[in-house]
Design a protein around this ligand. Structure first.
Ligand SMILES: N[C@@H](CCC(=O)N[C@@H](CS)C(=O)NCC(=O)O)C(=O)O
Length: 348
């Protein structure tokens, strides 16, 4: 395998900046795998990428990062993906995104619509190609393009390809940030322990980023990255308790689920109706599991096709492991996960 020494060094630096080396492990049977993933067990976008890696049976070095900043006895402890070494590595992927830095907050995390966030996971390093790839949507497409076996997740047939990619684009617009971080005024069904974390999450993020700016004044590229992140997180803090904003985000999800019901009924894609398992199934699967975790599965109680789709997807071993089991292991317990953890236990 060709190796790219400067990139290897940057990836090693990002790894070393993690607090606990035991969270850097090898998945699969290769001592020096081609791919390296910086991610978090709880992160929805990371779950999407890990599900693709699992479907492809690709070995990789897994760096499971702590993505919450916290308050320690000596002040704020920045999340690991804010470390200068990780952000420097991530910035290598910024030009390929074709977007400037994120400059506001909408509750969505799509690079296409929001811009490039320099301080998030997941991030893929392809040591053989000497490339760094950011953004779950882009990473999943990249992995499917470089590894066509044992299954292809984006079909070649033009009509099937267009429909799968249309669904991929739809999932990318779900306001997942608003749903996870926001306090819904009418029915906030998130686990109590999660709400407690979310009560101070923005304050901790912003304090950590300000601390990092102060410590890196000699590195303008880092300062610009941290400033962009502060702009985004300050926006999130402003609307965290904004009833109209939170209701609008929930309504948008309701509309997208109705569209999904219509598309499933039209049998235009999905493993539910005999189409080969695709990237659209991966992304809907991970996202429906997250909605279920947040107590929102009642949103599809009147949508029979979506209900059946969810029941089918949660049986998929890759989704059981990387979305269900990973959420159960890394996030505060949610009573809504009880019904679907059996398959995860079987897949473990
Ligand atoms: N569009 C990006 C979004 C990445 C993103 O928002 N990641 C979240 C986890 S799913 C994150 O790192 N959050 C921690 C933070 O914002 O500090 C992708 O799909 O990869």
């Amino acid at each position: 395998m060709t190796t790219h020494t400067p990139l290897m060094k940057m990836a090693a630096d990002a790894r070393v900046a993690m607090l606990d080396p035991s969270r850097s492990t090898i998945v699969g049977a290769r001592a020096h795998p081609r791919f390296e993933l910086f991610h978090a067990a709880s992160s929805l976008c990371s779950q999407k990428v890990r599900t693709v890696l699992s479907e492809k049976r690709l070995p990789y070095r897994s760096n499971d990062m702590l993505i919450l900043s916290s308050m320690g006895p000596d002040g704020v402890v920045p999340a690991e993906h804010y470390s200068p070494a990780y952000v420097r590595l991530r910035l290598l992927a910024a030009p390929a995104s074709g977007r400037g830095y994120v400059s506001g907050y909408s509750g969505r995390t799509s690079v296409e619509t929001e811009g490039f966030d320099p301080c998030v996971v997941p991030l893929l390093v392809d040591h053989e190609a000497g490339r760094v790839v950011a953004d779950s949507r882009r990473i999943c497409g990249y992995l499917d393009a470089v590894s066509r076996q044992p299954l292809q997740l984006v079909p070649d047939d033009p009509a099937a390809h267009a429909e799968v990619m249309r669904q991929v684009g739809i999932v990318d617009t779900i306001p997942n940030g608003a749903l996870l971080y926001g306090f819904h005024p009418d029915a906030d069904l998130r686990p109590g322990a999660l709400k407690l974390v979310m009560a101070t999450v923005y304050e901790h993020k912003i304090m950590a980023l300000e601390q990092l700016i102060a410590a890196n004044t000699d590195a303008p590229e880092l300062v610009a990255a941290y400033r962009a992140k502060i702009v985004k997180e300050s926006g999130g803090r402003r609307v965290r308790h904004d009833a109209a904003f939170q209701r609008a985000a929930r309504d948008q999800v309701g509309d997208l689920l109705k569209d999904l019901e219509r598309d499933l009924a039209a049998q235009s894609f999905s493993c539910l109706h005999g189409h080969p398992f695709s990237l659209a199934d991966v992304l809907w699967g991970v996202n429906l599991v997250r909605l279920n975790y947040l107590g929102l599965s009642s949103m599809w109680s009147g949508l029979a096709q979506v209900g059946r789709y969810f029941e089918t997807l949660v049986q998929r071993p890759s989704l059981c492991r990387e979305a269900i089991q990973a959420s159960v292991n890394s996030m505060p317990p949610s009573t809504y996960m009880r019904g679907i953890t059996e398959c995860a236990a079987a897949a473990a």
